[in-house]
Design a protein around this ligand. Structure first.
Ligand code: HEC
Length: 158
């Protein structure tokens, strides 16, 4: 019984789309939103390339892509001081900490790819994907409505 309780509680820690849509991201200036969106498209490309290299054993190819992800995500690009301040004041703590996690896992992925450790490459790739899903289910439900909880309450009409 105790074990079951622990297992169940593990499931409930995972954040599944319970943040409201007005969550900080939509309050960013249009320039920053555009940067974020461009960066996301790059991330998606990078993840696809990593998957290709992973399953074909071309692990060296993963290194530069993972390093780029570690360093160039929007929250670390050459933003102005004002923009950095805007990101840190408007985005929720949880968003920033998911971003941190994402950087940590990309760094680890670069590292284990250099060492050609196939199982660990798979492990860190899946941890990275989890971070995409966790952040999207909290902060990108407008873009990805499948993550939305089934509450019809404050729907927007366009
Ligand atoms: C820390 C938060 C966070 C993480 C981590 C994250 N995303 Fe996103 N992503 C967002 C937000 C917020 C949006 C929605 C932006 C919007 O509403 O236009 C988004 C949107 C996107 C989009 C749509 C972009 C567009 O405008 O067409 C893609 C593709 C995407 N993410 C891919 C990824 C991938 C792949 C990963 C992981 C490798 C990832 N994201 C990790 C927050 C995150």
């Amino acid at each position: 019984m105790k074990l079951l309780a622990i297992i169940l509680s593990l499931f409930f820690i995972v954040p599944i789309g319970n943040a409201s849509e007005n969550n900080g991201v939509s309050s960013l200036t249009p320039e920053l939103q555009l940067l974020l969106s461009k960066e996301m498209v790059q991330l998606k490309k990078g993840m696809n390339q990593i998957m290709d290299a992973y399953v074909t054993g071309e692990w060296n190819d993963i290194v530069p892509i993972a390093k780029k992800m570690e360093n160039s995500y929007v929250l670390r690009q050459g933003l102005s001081q004002d923009q950095i301040h805007e990101l840190h004041s408007k985005l929720p703590k949880e968003f920033l900490s998911l971003d941190e996690k994402f950087h940590y896992y990309s760094g680890m992925l670069a590292h284990v790819s250099e060492k050609k450790k196939a199982e660990l490459i798979g492990f860190y790739f899946s941890k990275m994907s989890e971070t995409c899903v966790n952040c999207h289910s909290l902060y990108a439900t407008k873009k990805f409505p499948s993550f939305k909880p089934n509450i019809e309450g404050d729907k927007h009409h366009h």
